[in-house]
Design a protein. Structure first.
Length: 126
């Protein structure tokens, strides 16, 4: 028959590995809600905003001159890897700027500051 001390020792050894386990939520688990884009247009022209995903170009909206626009990325852009590029075209001009590839997931916030010279614009992804 197993003594009480031995039984306690076996239980302690068996449970020890699970005592060290902790669940830490990953960034993906903490993020929820829609992915959004905020465009601060410091340009003197209205700017058309488009997004490219898997080679398909879609219109998100227009931001008036010296104004701010907010957009919600469509759900279909959040599937797979969520890799997109943003495009801004100053209406009535030949000037267009395209971002590098960015990754968006649910809860991602993108902020794009468009300057009067589009090539000096900045992009932040949170």
């Amino acid at each position: 028959m197993i003594s009480l001390k031995r039984l306690v020792l076996i239980a302690a050894v068996a449970l020890a590995p699970t005592a060290c386990l902790h669940h830490h939520a990953s960034d993906d688990e903490n993020r929820s809600g829609p992915a959004t884009l905020r465009v601060d247009n410091h340009n003197w022209q209205n700017v058309e905003i488009e997004v490219t995903h898997r080679g398909i170009r879609s219109h998100l909206g227009t931001v008036n001159a010296a104004a701010t626009g907010e957009f919600r990325f469509p759900e279909n852009l959040l599937s797979d890897l969520g890799e997109i590029q943003l495009i801004a075209h100053a209406v009535g001009t030949p000037y267009t700027i395209t971002t590098g590839v960015i990754v968006i997931k649910p809860g991602t916030q993108v902020r794009w500051n468009l300057e009067s010279t589009l090539s000096q614009s900045t992009l932040s992804v949170y």
